[in-house]
Each structure stands twice: as structure tokens, then as C-alpha cells.
Design a protein around this ligand. Structure first.
Ligand code: NDP
Ligand code: 2IT
Length: 444
């Protein structure tokens, strides 16, 4: 049996009931086959892949907090410090009822390669909790965040592990967590990114993931003979990534006609009104029905459906496994040119395969959504030098990073005889740097 297959079987056996983690590992290991086989004996002897798929450290803890009625709740919380070969652990905190160890491990594993692709010195980590901020008062969210940080603070720091936002964790939650970290540890340092601008945040971090997604998509289209201007786009989700992806797509001359949330979706043939979307989601924290109620051109549909709309470009920006094989078939039947993942692993393996087989340009999340963490690393740099850069400065660095990521994955795909397969290209390009650093640092 090949080394890759052996390690994959070991992952499934040793990590039961973690299907998302298995899926992420399978995609990466399958892509790496060509590289591993060149050097199989040496890698096997060093247990390189076993070390790559096993987190350096996994923290599991309980978070007790009191609601507004005096009732005590207990949530499960996680921080997986996956790989520190190229820098301090870096990755977001997800607050969503679906969170479990397997989901945090899939996200942490992806983060290793994503962070490597940015070209910046950041290792891979991820954390979160099954706490649901939806429907909670600000005081309840603060109570949770303070209790969460009371435990987490022991394991993080500006030079060791720097968490940030993800699903359910935005500026409000980061603020409460930062305040509690400072209070307990007594140090004012860049231990979290995505901070508010008044206390060490970076301009353009809020926009970065969505903007970065469009910068990479634009470059991918350009290098394949297409212009993004005039294209019709389907976006899923309506959170941080979706909102700023929609905004940048419109700035580049495309028309975004859909957004969604966990209850339904919007079809707006005149193009999504970003100001209204921000008001509904960022200010009122309301549902998309509120958007439809205030926008005569918009249709609201219950359930799922954004991938049934005829578009040129699809940008899944909500969550994992939201674009299935039947969705990929519908997109292809409608003539889609490109799919770029704003979310982490939104496309199932079967759907990805179908899109690639049908000649759709496919940008995997670890490349396409790397603008968020890249700008987090820029926030860390600004905190270290105790300076803040202008919006234009950060935005232009972000654009440079995304264009570079596209070319790195494109070049890697070509070098290994898989031209146009950016899944393979991104995994190989991300892996090579990590492996080089791991090998240089010995058996640790
Ligand atoms: P937000 O919490 O801001 O928004 C999440 C959006 O996705 C909401 O519209 C939410 O709908 C929807 N959603 C979440 N879970 C589900 C679900 N199980 N089914 C259907 N819809 C769902 O998160 P972000 O925009 O920050 O994150 C979106 C994706 O992008 C995630 O995969 C995240 O890991 C990834 N990402 C985020 C980065 C960042 O910088 N924030 C960076 C890189 C990747 P509802 O409100 O109804 O729950
Ligand atoms: O998935 C991701 O890359 C993020 N949620 C952002 C991580 C970060 O550290 O900014």
C-alpha cells in the first residue's frame, strides 16, 4: 500500500466520527501523491505525513456562563494548535452550535496550508465552541467570551498563538475576548486579530477575506482569458465574507444576484444592495426576510437554492459542504465559468471533481479565502511595530498577496503536470514550504 494511503487509513482509524477532518485530509493527501511518491522512502522514515496530520496540541475545555435570567450554561470549547513549523499558530475561532473537535481539526489542518500559501510567517491553528451567539443579548455574549478567554488565555499569546474571527465571531466577540485577555494577563499585545480600529485593529481586515477572494478570482479569470466585468455572480452566505465579496465583485463591474443564510436565500436580479445587506446583517443582526421586505426587486426563497440560478461565477461563502454534486451539475448546466471558495471546504469532494472534469476554473478555499488570514498577519506586523498603515497600503499588500497565491498554485500545478488543477497546485505549493521548515527543524 502506498504511504499516502497508509496514512489516510490511519487518520480514519485514529480519529473516528470526524468526517470533515477525514475529508480535508483526503483532499490534501490525494493532491500530494505526486510529490510524496518522488521521495516516499525518506518521508516514511521521518513519519513526515503522520506528523503533518497529527496536531501538535489539542485543548478541550468547558465554558460555563450565566444567561440574563440567571441560568447557568456549559459549552464545549476547543483550540487545536496544529502546526507551528513556519510561525506561531494562527487561525480563527468559530462560534456555532455545530462545532465539534472534528470540525475544528479540519479547519486547523486547512489553515496550515492556507497560511503557508500567504507567504507570511504563520503556523496553523483553529478554535471555537458550540456556543450560539444568535439570539443572545450583548451581555450574554460578553459573559461567554469572558469565560472562554479565562481559560484560553493560558495557551495563547502574540508570539505563540493568535486567534481571530470566523463564523459567529466578529468584531463584538473579538473585543470582549481582547478585553478579558488584557485584564487577566496584564499585557497589551496583538494576541487576537480582527480587533477594532481604536485598539490595534488593521484597516481593511474586515473587508479582507471577501476582497481577497475577488482579487484572486479576477486574476484567475484574467489568466484564462476572461474579464470579470459584466459577469453575473452567485454568492452564498451573508456574513463577513459574503458581504465584502459582494461589494468587491460589484466594484469590479460584476453583478451579484444572490446571497443566503441558514434559513433561506435572496434572488435579486437588479444586483444585491450592499448597503441594505450590511444594515440588515451587521447592524440589525436580522434575517434575510428583512432584506427582501426593504428591496422591491428581491425574491426571498426558503431553504437552499442559490446554485440553481444561471450565473457565470459562483462564490460559496457560507460554510463547509454547502455545494454538493447536484449543485455542481446545475451550475455546469447553466454554463458557469468559475467557482471560487470564500468559505472553508464549501464544495464536497464529488462536486469539486465534477467541476474540474467539466472545465470549470476552481479556486480552492485555502488559496481563495487566504486574504483574511494574510491581513491578520499584516495586523500582527502593525501591532509589533506599533504603527498603523493606511487602508490603501493594506489593501494593496492584500492584492499583491492574492495575485501571488494564484501564480504559486498555477505554477505548482503546471510543474507537476496538472495544469489548471488549482486544488493540486494549492496543496502542493502550501505543503512544500511547511515540509521544508519541518525537515530543517528536526524531529519535533
Ligand atoms: P459569518 O458568521 O459572518 O457568516 C456566516 C454566514 O454563513 C451566515 O450568512 C450564516 O447564516 C451562514 N451559515 C453559517 N453556517 C451555516 C450552515 N450550517 N448552513 C447554512 N448557512 C450557514 O462567518 P464568515 O463570513 O466569517 O465565515 C463564512 C465562511 O468563510 C466560513 O467557512 C469561514 O470559515 C470562512 N472564512 C472566514 C474568514 C474570515 O476572515 N471571517 C476567513 C477565511 C474563511 P446564519 O446567519 O443564518 O447562520
Ligand atoms: O479561516 C480563516 O482563515 C479565518 N477564519 C481567518 C483566520 C485569521 O487568523 O484571520
Amino acid at each position: 500500500m502506498s504511504y499516502v494511503d497508509e496514512v489516510f487509513d490511519m487518520v480514519v482509524e485514529k480519529n473516528p466520527a470526524q468526517p470533515e477532518f477525514h475529508q480535508a485530509v483526503k483532499e490534501v493527501l490525494d493532491s500530494l501523491r505526486i510529490v510524496i511518491e518522488e521521495n516516499e522512502e525518506a518521508y516514511r522514515k521521518d513519519a513526515l505525513l503522520e506528523r503533518l496530520v497529527t496536531p501538535e496540541r489539542q485543548l478541550l475545555f468547558r465554558v460555563p456562563w450565566v444567561d440574563d435570567k440567571g441560568q447557568v450554561h456549559v459549552n464545549n470549547a476547543f483550540r487545536v494548535q496544529f502546526n507551528s513549523a513556519i510561525g506561531p499558530y494562527k487561525g480563527g475561532l468559530r462560534l456555532h452550535p455545530s462545532v465539534n473537535l472534528g470540525i475544528i481539526k479540519f479547519l486547523g489542518f486547512e489553515q496550515i496550508f492556507k497560511n503557508s500559501l500567504t507567504g507570511l510567517p504563520i503556523g496553523g491553528g483553529k478554535g471555537g465552541s458550540d456556543f450560539d451567539p444568535k439570539g443572545k443579548s450583548d451581555r450574554e455574549v460578553m459573559a461567554f467570551c469572558q469565560s472562554f478567554m479565562t481559560e484560553l488565555n493560558k495557551y495563547i499569546g502574540a508570539d505563540t498563538d493568535v486567534p481571530a474571527g470566523d463564523i459567529g465571531t466578529g468584531a463584538r466577540e473579538i473585543g470582549y475576548m481582547f478585553g478579558q485577555y488584557k485584564r487577566i494577563r496584564g499585557v497589551y499585545e496583538g494576541v487576537l486579530t480582527g480587533k477594532g480600529l481604536s485598539y490595534g485593529g488593521s484597516l481593511a481586515r474586515t473587508e479582507a477575506t471577501g476582497y481577497g477572494l475577488l482579487y484572486l478570482t479576477e486574476e484567475m479569470l484574467k489568466c484564462n482569458g476572461h474579464d470579470i466585468a459584466g459577469k453575473t455572480v452567485a454568492v452564498s452566505g451573508s456574513g463577513n465574507v459574503a458581504i465584502y465579496a459582494t461589494q468587491k465583485a460589484q466594484q469590479l463591474g460584476a453583478k451579484v444576484v444572490t446571497v443566503s443564510d441558514s434559513t433561506g436565500w435572496i434572488y435579486d436580479p437588479e444586483g444585491i444592495d450592499v448597503a441594505l445587506l450590511k444594515e440588515v446583517k451587521e447592524v440589525k443582526r436580522a434575517r434575510l426576510t428583512e432584506y427582501a421586505a426593504n428591496r422591491p426587486s428581491a425574491e426571498y426563497h426558503e431553504g437552499k437554492g442559490v446554485w440553481t440560478v444561471k450565473v457565470d461565477i459562483a462564490l460559496p461563502c457560507a460554510t463547509q459542504n454547502e455545494l454538493h454534486l447536484e449543485d455542481a451539475k446545475a451550475l455546469v448546466a447553466n454554463g458557469v465559468i468559475a467557482v471560487a471558495e470564500g468559505a472553508n471546504m464549501p464544495t464536497t469532494l464529488e462536486a469539486t471533481e465534477y467541476l474540474l472534469e467539466n472545465g470549470v476554473l476552481f479556486a480552492p478555499g485555502k488559496a481563495a479565502n487566504a486574504g483574511g488570514v494574510a491581513t491578520s498577519a499584516l495586523e500582527m506586523s502593525q501591532n509589533s511595530e506599533r504603527l498603523s498603515w493606511t487602508f490603501e497600503e493594506v489593501d494593496s499588500k492584500l492584492k499583491g498577496i492574492m495575485v501571488n497565491i494564484f501564480h504559486n498554485m498555477d505554477d505548482a500545478a503546471k510543474k507537476y503536470g496538472k495544469e489548471g488543477n488549482y486544488v493540486v497546485g494549492a496543496n502542493i505549493a502550501g505543503f512544500l514550504k511547511v515540509v521544508d521548515a519541518m525537515t530543517a527543524q528536526g524531529i519535533v
